[in-house]
Design a protein around this ligand. Structure first.
Ligand SMILES: [Ca+2]
Ligand SMILES: [Ca+2]
Length: 211
């Protein structure tokens, strides 16, 4: 006799068993079946899944019944709104502050290498969170390199909406075309934005989409 899920065949004179279908039901964490007509369990069958609310599907949304008679998932459901290690989730974005001192343009490149962009600070939540974390000056994605006085964010080329310039800033004219969070060397006791020479060596803050 073969076990449940197995089929019987003859190898010469010997009777043997091999898996014919998957006995168990496929299972995946934080996922539910997306099949409307029940399960196919035969070897090679694929069962479609979707992730529970608040989770995002990575991969192909299937569990496949293997020749071994076991299900194998082709996907993972990961929690939405989470950031990779080293990044912090704030206001629907992930931020990472880096205190390696580099010029503004290099900071743009570095953030891209991290699969992100030099940060666009677009509301008070992001702004005050960054200020609460800062221990030194950092570049942000704001610049008026192309047209003097027309400040834009490098990430999406959008003009300024929310701002947090320190008083009397920006003041550098064509000499200062890149923006940073500044405190001590701007003669302040709190952080705000300052325009400065793009060739200054400063830390930087990157942003990227949550996972
Ligand atoms: Ca300028
Ligand atoms: Ca300035």
């Amino acid at each position: 006799m073969c076990n449940n899920g197995e089929k019987c065949y003859f190898d010469g004179e010997n009777r043997k068993c091999e898996p014919a279908f998957c006995v168990d039901s496929p299972y995946a964490s934080n996922a539910v079946s997306a099949e409307r007509f029940g399960l196919y369990r035969n070897i090679g069958a694929a069962v479609k899944f979707k992730c529970e609310q608040g989770y995002e599907l990575k991969g192909r949304p299937y569990a496949e019944c293997q020749p071994t008679g076991k299900w194998e998932n082709r996907f993972l459901c990961v929690m939405k709104g989470t950031c990779s290690d080293g990044w912090s989730f704030v206001s629907k974005k992930c931020f990472m502050i880096v205190y390696e001192k580099i010029v503004w343009e290099e900071a743009v490149t570095k953030c891209e290498e991290y699969d992100g962009q030099l940060a666009k600070v677009e509301n008070e939540i992001e702004d005050s969170w960054l200020i609460s974390q800062l221990t030194d000056s950092v570049w942000i994605g704001l610049n008026d390199i192309e047209n003097e006085g027309q400040w834009r964010w490098i990430s999406d080329n959008s003009p300024l909406n929310y701002t947090n310039w320190l008083s009397a800033e920006p003041n550098g004219g064509t000499e200062e075309n890149c923006a940073n969070y500044c405190k001590n060397y701007c003669g302040k006791t709190f952080y705000g934005w300052n325009d400065t020479r793009c060739k200054m060596l400063l830390g930087y803050v990157c942003e990227r989409h949550p996972n």
